[in-house]
Design a protein around this ligand. Structure first.
Ligand code: PEP
Ligand code: MG
Length: 312
């Protein structure tokens, strides 16, 4: 019986050739953020703001939001914290934001799309985030979930900047957004790959159905090829491309993501040590080799095998 060993992380993500590589945490609220800081996360790559309000029948006030957001920012003084605006709907319905009768909620009015019907929810949230950001020393960045078009990203960026947010990004979690990464990066400061939804929408497989687990796999070559488009666009633009889906915590995939052009990984705090240990063994050249091997694979399992060979 294999003992599960927790590998520690000292807060300094690096490749074997010395290149610094930030390892960030996914958090849902202040308690999570404090645990992530204790685990030496270098910042927060995904603050799922909707987790603070899952049980609410009514929208939280701006003051309640400011207090919830300050709790997370306070755990990372002087560090980067990427807050995501409400990703309500589909697997994370919020009673005050979503229509319970939607027939296809994963394809429905979720994430940024809620602002079409309920613009005050986004306006209040951006105001609360800006106030919280001004009150704490953490470097707040704000991104929107479920972006499908450049128009959505442009409108979101304009509204967030007008509300006083300095660094604005979007999540890449639809195939459409991945294909348009270059144009998206013309209108935002950074992007972050939500590989859970990107796999769901690329393979057209409900992420909640465990029967479809082998389709909801970031090692699927179709998903890796989309990530590669985004990485290339990020390199050309000189802008950050994060990963904040579960793929970010897979130590075997980490070198591939780095080689594809990803510039930071965000994960559950428990994965930080394992991912740091995997990256400490590989150079940037190794990562590019692993990425090329993965992009040539025909299947997810095939990608795992050729990457292990490329790095072995
Ligand atoms: C994702 O889709 O990969 C992601 C990070 O967002 P969530 O899992 O919260 O939908
Ligand atoms: Mg998502």
């Amino acid at each position: 019986e294999a003992a599960s060993v927790e590998v520690g992380f000292d807060g300094d993500g690096r490749l074997a050739d010395g290149r610094a590589f930030p390892l960030l945490a996914n958090v849902g609220g202040a308690a999570d953020a404090e645990a992530a800081a204790a685990a030496h996360a270098q910042g927060v790559g995904l603050f799922r703001t909707e987790f603070s309000f899952l049980d609410r029948a009514e929208a939280p006030t701006v003051a309640e939001q400011v207090s919830a957001y300050r709790g997370v920012l306070a755990a990372f003084p002087g560090r980067k914290v990427v807050a995501r605006t409400l990703d309500a709907g589909s697997d994370k319905p919020l009673p005050f934001a979503n229509d319970a009768d939607e027939e296809n909620p994963a394809l429905g009015v979720r994430g940024l799309r809620i602002a079409r019907r309920r613009p005050e929810l986004l306006a209040d949230q951006l105001a609360a985030l800006a106030t919280a950001g001004a009150a704490e020393t953490a470097n707040l960045e704000v991104m929107a979930p479920m972006i499908a078009t450049v128009d959505e990203a442009r409108a979101f960026a304009a509204q967030a900047r007008a509300a006083g947010i300095d660094r604005v990004g979007v999540m890449i979690e639809t195939p459409s957004a991945a294909l348009m990464a270059k144009e998206l990066l013309d209108v935002v400061d950074f992007v972050s790959l939500g590989t859970n939804d990107l796999a769901q929408y690329t393979l057209a497989a409900d992420r909640l159905l465990s029967d479809l687990g082998e389709l909801n796999d970031p090692w699927q070559p179709a998903v890796l090829r989309l990530i590669s488009l985004v990485g290339d666009a990020g390199r050309s633009a000189g802008k950050d491309v994060g990963v904040c889906g579960e793929a970010g915590g897979d130590p075997a995939l980490a070198p591939v993501l780095v080689g594809l052009g990803v510039t930071s990984l965000s994960m559950t705090s428990r994965a930080l040590g394992r991912v740091a240990a995997a990256l400490a063994l590989v150079t940037e050249d190794d990562c590019r080799r692993a990425a090329r091997a993965a992009l040539g694979a025909a299947t997810a399992d095939g990608a795992r095998v050729v990457v292990a060979e490329a790095l072995g």
